[in-house]
Design a protein around this ligand. Structure first.
Ligand code: P6P
Length: 339
């Protein structure tokens, strides 16, 4: 077959963000555009550091010094620092919450902006030594009307987020983004240093054939979780589901968005609220899932309706294809127990 002519009409992430801003006309001030462009640069930087790490074993080293003698930082600390600095430099940020930082960071002075960004700079980083895909997850709130910008601005339900996304660092670098107008996926073209639109308008299949749970926790699972898993592993009249669990949320959610099925990190007898953090894991992934036509629940309520009381608070997560998550929900609705 003849070589496909290279596209001469590349839709880069920057062009996509600007087009969304232009479509909003006067309503858009351009501040979110500047913020997202800042985040885009951090993803390119972290991608390069992750790739380098795999080559020169940068991973996991803390306190060692590299060839030039400067203090060697662990990848997740490095990723955190680049994000904090870039978000502050964007001049659009008022409050930041990072998985790596105990307290909320409130921006002061001239760099203060009108958005709050919550992020996990390198989620799944415990897997990185094994070459497993890791990622950055972020969510964005607009500062509440009349607020000067404080931690209260991020202790709000996920449904008040205006944008969310993740960047997955693997064999290729994929950035997946929603600003509330659907979900679009981009792939980093390193020769250009640009994210190119490769997955426009991602829609999750209404039902999949894959379930993604850490069944090593089965001993502690509540009854509805066990009954649901039983129903797809020993179905009465159709094929059992396949199990796929990578143990890196960005990778497991990315596959779920593209292939369908259900991802779960349930609350159980050992951890009432499960393991995943609301602000920078559950909320952004739930926002993306809903925007792609899927469903995201804690088992007892819609994830995006939950209001965090602590910036590192957790909540149970079941997300994915509408019909699969609704099947799970039936078992929770029939359960008298407490999450
Ligand atoms: P477990 C990675 O450490 C992480 O925060 C998520 O990326 C991932 O989904 C989860 O924890 C895996 O947890 O207990 O199954 O190893």
């Amino acid at each position: 077959t003849e070589q496909e002519a290279p596209s001469t009409d590349l839709i880069t992430l920057t062009r996509h963000i600007l087009a969304q801003q232009q479509a909003l006309g006067e309503k858009a001030s351009g501040e979110l555009t500047l913020l997202l462009i800042g985040i885009q640069v951090t993803s390119k930087y972290i991608a390069s550091q992750v790739r380098k790490a795999r080559l020169i074993n940068l991973v996991g080293l803390a306190g060692d010094s590299n060839a030039s003698g400067e203090e060697q930082k662990k990848l997740d600390v490095l990723s955190n620092d680049i994000m904090v600095n870039a978000l502050r430099a964007s001049g659009q940020c008022s409050v930041m919450v990072s998985e790596e930082v105990e307290d909320a960071i409130v921006v002061t002075g001239r760099s203060k902006g009108t958005y709050c960004v919550v992020f996990d700079p390198l989620d799944g980083s415990s897997n990185i030594d094994a070459g497993v895909n890791v990622g950055t997850i972020f969510g964005i709130y607009k500062v509440a009307p009349g607020s000067k910008g404080s931690v209260e601005d991020v202790l709000r339900p996920g449904k008040e987020m205006v944008a969310a996304g993740y960047t997955m660092y693997g064999s290729s670098c994929n950035l997946v983004l929603t600003t509330g107008q659907g979900v679009d996926g981009f792939t980093l073209d390193e020769s250009l240093g640009e994210f190119i639109l490769t997955h426009p308008n991602i829609k999750i299949p209404s039902r999949g054939k894959i379930y993604s749970f850490n069944e090593g926790n089965s001993l502690f699972f509540h009854e509805p979780t066990l009954k649901y898993l039983e129903s797809i592993k020993y179905p009465k009249n159709n094929k059992p589901y396949s199990a796929r669990y990578i143990g890196s949320m960005v990778a497991d959610v990315h596959r779920t968005l593209l292939y369908g099925g259900i991802f779960g990190y349930p609350g159980d007898k050992k951890n009432k609220d499960g393991k995943l953090r609301m602000l920078y894991e559950s909320f952004p992934m739930a926002f993306l899932t809903e925007q792609a036509g899927g469903v995201a629940t804690t088992g007892s309520r819609r994830i995006l309706d939950v209001s965090p009381t602590h910036i590192h608070g957790r909540c149970p997560v079941f997300l994915g294809s509408k019909e699969d998550v609704e099947d799970l929900q039936k078992f929770y609705n029939a359960w008298e127990g407490e999450n």
